[in-house]
Write a protein that binds this ligand. Sequence first.
Ligand code: HEC
Length: 318
Amino acid sequence: MNLQKRLSSVVLAIFLSGWLIAGLTAYTMEKRNARQDTVHTAEVLLGTAIAARSYTSEEIQPLLIDKITKDFIPQTVPSYSAQQLFARLGKKYQGYTYAERVLNPTNRQNIAKGWQVEMIQAFIKNPELKEIIGERTNMEGEDFLYVAKPIQVQQQSCLQCHGKPEVAPPSLLKTYGYYNGFDWKLNEIVGTRLISVPTLIPKKQAQKEVFSYLLMIASVFLVAYTTVSLIVQHWILRPLDAISHLVEQVSLHRVENLQLPDESFDELGKLSKSVNRLIISLQKALSNQKRSPHKKQRGDNNNRQLGANNKQQRTHDK
Ligand code: HEC
């Protein structure tokens, strides 16, 4: 494997692991943010439902209370107005629902079932528990997040219609009967109000954001990688190739007209200059050798002489 391939595989391995970690971190963060946003939306909507309830009981009920002796007017019921408000909202924003689910409701449509019963029992068992947040999939296979809060009979006035049937307005008994939604006690937890918000849109949004984030990192990497590859190719690999070619020529004793381009001032430029000087010395040495081959002989004699002198010197020192 050549240098460029080795460099590329190392850089690619680093990039891919970094990319994976960045992707996973971003996905976890985005998912958490999406959930927080959804919970916030659900809580705001739940606040809206509670506001609609109190508006009805404080402003509408006193106005109509005298008229409900003859025919019962469900519009005076706080629970009815909150649920009606969301029935209208749900037409525009699909999947956003509000429900009040009770173990013993006045309107049988509001009866708690399955997991809702379990939730009410959890609220009854633990009065400190003020909220349950969870995710579920509905019959249509759509995921939604719900925020549930307990419904507690906090006012004596509620018992006017939910206490004993004998004290309830006759019009209410005429409409809803004698058997449902009575015998509630003051401060008793009778049910739960539930807001559901679809999670598909925020989840998709989170995925889209992670995808564009990863795409952005990949494009930055691609530009950086291409630039660095070109630099390595131009400034490192090409000069190295030239040096290795030149050394190969020298090894074959072809030293004539050999010179490396040495304009650059970096480490490889310095190396090229040194190699050029080495070639010049080599060329000179070889041409000297060619011109006077007998000089070599004399040189050898001189060396031998020098060696003898040195030996003599050492014995003298002793
Ligand atoms: C004037 C009578 C009246 C009063 C006062 C009243 N309610 Fe109701 N309530 C009703 C009727 C009627 C329904 C059924 C409405 C419908 O058709 O959905 C109902 C429904 C509800 C429901 C939905 C579950 C069910 O029973 O169908 C809850 C929860 C509820 N009321 C709680 C309360 C609380 C808490 C208070 C006191 C703050 C209160 N109500 C005061 C008449 C009353």
